[in-house]
Design a protein around this ligand. Structure first.
Ligand code: KIV
Ligand code: NA
Length: 264
């Protein structure tokens, strides 16, 4: 695959062509995922659950994220590498600069932080210094204790309107990508239309510019009950590379996610 850049992704958005994001945490899977045509590899702090067996993402450290980002960078074949900044590693703008730099030096091409308009200052400082940002909005798992559980966000008109305003504000501050988790499909569509930067969705319906899933979820090996937005792509595939290729094809065609994976 040719090297994927922010320019590639905005060309997709302008052309109305969907792109695909998938998590990976090690060199071997980074190789398989990028070879299957996934444009963006997310080194997610979901590794707290998936690799470490924690019950939330809160225990994940900067050292964990640096280690896994460096591993992914070794195996990657041209995808864009997005690295999550872990819980409380971006509480102040100064801390954000320092920790974002460490992830970029480990091999990330863009960093992701969770929140809304309060991140504007950090987003603009990072952007001025040459570090692109993805802002993760809606259900932000690092705030699970404040949110009172893993619940759909933006269900009432007030919070929906606020989310659209915040998205526009973050774009103005210099955010390069937005990610919406667990928001009603219609709201995700409105946010996607309100900004020129690409919007990635998970549990956000089919209208966003891209989709993301946790690798182990879509391979059907995460223990316990899966969230509604997950589809097991191993059910119709002979091997892991084919399952990932089928995911890429389904996203490009708009056949995933279906209404059964979305919130109305
Ligand atoms: O950590 C992660 O895997 C994520 C995705 C679920 C969006 O943030
Ligand atoms: Na995450």
């Amino acid at each position: 695959m040719n090297k994927v850049t922010l320019h590639t992704l905005s060309t997709f958005k302008q052309a109305g062509e969907k792109f695909t994001v998938l998590t990976a945490y090690d060199a071997c899977f980074a190789h398989v995922v990028s070879e299957a045509g996934v444009e963006v590899i997310l080194v997610g702090d979901s590794l707290g659950m998936v690799l470490q067996g924690q019950d939330s993402t809160l225990p994940v450290t900067m050292d964990d994220m640096i280690y896994h980002t460096a591993s992914v960078a070794k195996g990657n074949q041209g995808a864009m590498i997005m690295a999550d900044m872990p819980f409380m590693s971006y509480a102040t703008p100064e801390q954000t600069m320092k920790n974002a730099a460490l992830l970029m030096q480990a091999g990330a091409h863009i960093i992701k932080i969770e929140g809304d308009a309060w991140l504007s200052e950090s987003v603009s400082l990072l952007s001025e210094r040459g570090i692109p940002t993805c802002v993760h909005m809606g259900l932000t798992p690092q705030a699970v204790n404040k949110l009172g559980g893993y619940k759909v966000q933006g269900r009432d008109r007030g919070s929906a309107k606020q989310m659209i305003e915040d998205a526009v504000r973050l774009e103005e501050a210099g955010a390069s990508i937005l990610l919406l988790e667990c928001v009603p499909s219609l709201l995700a569509e409105e946010v996607t239309q309100a900004v020129d930067i690409p919007v990635i969705g998970i549990g956000a319906g089919v209208s966003t510019d891209a989709q993301v899933l946790v690798l182990h979820d879509m391979l059907g090996i995460t223990p316990g009950r899966s969230p509604k937005f997950v589809k097991n792509f191993m059910e119709d595939a002979a091997d892991i590379p084919s399952a990932i290729q089928n995911y890429v094809a389904a996203v490009k065609q708009g056949s995933f996610p279906g209404p059964e994976h979305s919130f109305e």
